[in-house]
Design a protein around this ligand. Sequence first.
Ligand SMILES: Nc1ncnc2c1ncn2[C@@H]1O[C@H](COP(=O)(O)OP(=O)(O)OP(=O)(O)O)[C@@H](O)[C@H]1O
Ligand SMILES: [Mg+2]
Length: 230
Amino acid sequence: MPKTTKKPIISTKDVHKKYHLGRNNFVHALRGVDLEINEGEFVALMGPSGSGKSTLLHVLGCLDGVDSGTVNINGYNVTNMSGSRLTKIRATQLGFVFQGFNLVPILTALENVILAVEYAGKVGRREKVKLSREALERVGLADRARHRPSELSGGEQQRVAIARSLVNNPRIILADEPTGNLDSKTSDEIISMMRELNKTTGQTFIIVTHDTDVGKRCDRIIHIKDGMVI
Ligand SMILES: Nc1ncnc2c1ncn2[C@@H]1O[C@H](COP(=O)(O)OP(=O)(O)OP(=O)(O)O)[C@@H](O)[C@H]1O
Ligand SMILES: [Mg+2]
């Protein structure tokens, strides 16, 4: 089975990011972030509220650009990449899981996953359904495929979101407080499931969390404070 290699799949060098609020006002959210994460690692990103965790995750996920520094994702220098190439990288190399699940409420579990397949490119209807069913099976939700989010528990909704994040077989999965809305038992199940996926597929996981129990179950904890890795 794939193990952690010494090859960095993510690296950043001196990354700065400011959020501008009007002409002379800004928040300096990232202040020189240097980071290396190896392929197959299962890491936690921890730090106080407002320290820049979500900002960093958005940068690593190519959802947001930087003001200076460089960002490399799976061999691509994404720092100054154009919108359409970034969209492609986001859809094929990266999976996202959020605290609030972010499922489309009027779609079934299966349809939510299918949406991610469609986003990644052209695949026939049959193939889309097949891939999406397989992803739901991998998170143990094959029997909930026709349920809408409101007909699922929080833990189940998060598992649908995880199925959606992995359906295109990305090398990297970024999760922003994936257990933040779940009780401790469900939280434990979700982390166990992610760990299992990490072991079997060798996918790299970066998990933002405030929960020290989650941190303990990771290979490594990256601490961030005031926009810097410490
Ligand atoms: N869209 C935005 N516009 C302006 N400022 C922002 C924006 N997003 C975040 N910030 C600011 O940037 C800093 C870092 O925010 P970020 O959301 O990355 O923190 P965080 O570590 O994820 O915090 P939390 O644990 O509360 O989620 C904070 O000071 C925040 O107020
Ligand atoms: Mg955050």
